[in-house]
Write a protein that binds this ligand. Structure first.
Ligand SMILES: Nc1ncnc2c1ncn2[C@@H]1O[C@H](COP(=O)(O)OP(=O)(O)OP(=O)(O)O)[C@@H](O)[C@H]1O
Ligand SMILES: [Mg+2]
Length: 282
């Protein structure tokens, strides 16, 4: 990649990068066509790439996610959705390109610093502290410390009140003393969302929050996401469930082979021939 090292801000970087190199030429005629949203952008990627050996999991991807509301990320299996989430959250290092979080351009996204940038995420394969209680899984986040320090601080009244509120909204208050590893799959998904809520950030990335859930759990996760959205936050979620994508998201991003196939308002995008073909061909 040629030119700017990012030190001059994202505008300088944009000018320095050839459009083909950052995957723009196929979809946009100019930067002016890029979506900026009424409330500005929560997230952008500019020419981000990630390969695993010969597999280009994310290939010069340039996209914009507006602040507030819900943006869904869809695409066939292996199209790069989780890799994109991993790059946005710093779970995986970028091979190239730039992630812009809350208007700060980053070539290196450090996962433990993303809450400071106002962002957190959940995983397709749920990640919790399995060996401690449901309650302590929330307290660890609230106290923003390593597990043992958090356990010592568990009596702080403000934290206790907040933990109780979160566990009640995710429906796990009755399970607060149970070890996380004893929860059902759906309850684990809820606890992971509870942990994300405890961070109290502006932008939430949820990778397949509905996968494998029974209808009742699914409704609960939907309600939680609506609650987070209605509090003025930004949600980005990956899903294969098109009914939910249609119901929840006001914007959609379609990936195919690590590249941007389409982005925009949900119904028009899902009706595009190339999008239909990508799904039927999968
Ligand atoms: N850690 C890894 N090591 C090697 N290859 C990987 C790794 N992670 C992803 N890949 C490959 O990168 C490509 C994109 O994978 P990714 O998990 O991002 O897809 P996805 O769109 O999330 O798929 P799914 O809908 O099945 O969750 C796939 O070919 C996958 O096999
Ligand atoms: Mg995935």
């Amino acid at each position: 990649m040629s030119g700017g090292d990012g030190s001059g801000g994202s505008d300088d970087v944009r000018v320095d990068l050839p459009l083909e190199e950052i995957g723009l030429s196929k979809h946009f005629h100019s930067w002016e066509n890029l979506y900026t949203g009424q409330d500005g952008l929560a997230l952008e990627t500019i020419g981000v790439s990630k390969s695993f050996g010969a597999v280009k999991a994310v290939d010069r991807l340039t996209l914009a996610i507006p602040r507030k509301g819900m943006t869904s990320i869809v695409g066939p299996n292996g199209s790069g959705k989780s890799t994109l989430m991993n790059l946005l959250s710093g779970t995986l290092p970028l091979d190239g390109g730039l992630v812009v979080i809350d208007e700060v351009g980053l070539k290196v996204v450090k996962p433990y610093e993303t809450p400071q940038h106002g962002l957190t995420r959940t995983f397709q394969e749920v990640r919790l502290f399995d060996q401690i209680s449901v309650w302590d899984n929330i307290m660890v986040v609230l106290t923003e410390r390593r597990p043992f320090a958090a356990l010592l601080e568990r009596s702080k009244p403000g934290h206790r009140q907040k933990a109780r509120g979160i566990l009640q909204s995710v429906g796990l208050w009755e399970k607060r003393d149970v070890m996380a590893q004893e929860l059902s799959y759906g309850q684990r998904k809820l606890l992971e969302i509870g942990r994300a809520m405890a961070l109290d950030v502006d932008t939430y990335l949820f990778d397949e929050p509905f996968a494998g859930l029974f209808p009742q759990m699914l409704e609960r996760v939907k309600d939680l996401m609506k609650q987070i959205r209605d509090s003025g936050r930004t949600i980005v979620f990956v899903s294969h469930n098109m009914d939910i994508v249609r119901e929840l998201s006001n914007r959609i991003i379609v990936l195919d082979s690590g590249q941007l196939l389409a982005e925009g308002d949900v119904e028009p995008v899902l009706g595009r021939p190339e999008v239909i073909e990508a799904y039927l061909g999968a």
